[in-house]
Design a protein around this ligand. Structure first.
Ligand code: COA
Length: 129
């Protein structure tokens, strides 16, 4: 792996409001829903590096730290931790703003993902031409 870019983005890659359709049988948000948004947020971050098609090759480590509730506004902050020849490692921090008078965000999840740039045949292709 080559260049590193540890700069953190202050704006989230995506922000989503959680709906009743996203809940598990206990009424909190289903982890798979968050994973789907984490994947999308990572793809947004990857696409900042090059106008290429990126596919997810690995979700390395995912920590679900605190539950997410219906009505929470959930923000997915991303930063690139490593740029390789065809792959990019991305860290995603997920924060929930709870419903109610307090708007402070609480960290609920974090994850590390790897994306690979692919050509039209799905073969890995260099990120930098
Ligand atoms: C992504 C894919 C094209 C990679 O193919 P591959 O034959 O493993 O590619 P390579 O061995 O040439 O590796 C390409 C790069 O990915 C990295 N890589 C491959 N597998 C990896 C893994 N499991 N974890 C981390 N990095 C990985 C390699 O280190 C290499 O990085 P570099 O070029 O920056 O040095 C292939 O695995 C694929 O199509 N997977 C499915 C992707 C997909 O559909 N995702 C959506 C989820 S369903």
């Amino acid at each position: 792996m080559g260049a590193m870019n540890n700069e953190k983005n202050t704006d989230p890659a995506i922000r989503v409001v959680m709906l009743p359709r996203d809940t598990n049988e206990r009424g909190t948000i289903f982890g798979g829903v968050l994973l789907s948004h984490i994947d999308l947020a990572g793809a947004v971050e990857a696409s900042r590096h090059a106008p290429k098609k990126f596919v997810t090759v690995a979700m390395d480590k995912i920590d679900f730290i605190a539950p997410v509730n219906v009505g929470d506004v959930v923000s997915f902050y991303t930063h690139t931790t490593q740029v390789g020849r065809t792959s990019i490692k991305i860290h995603v921090d997920v924060f929930a703003a709870r419903r109610g008078p307090l708007v402070e965000e609480q960290k609920v999840t974090e994850a590390d993902l790897v994306f690979v740039a692919v050509n039209e045949n799905g073969i890995p292709t260099p990120i930098r031409d």
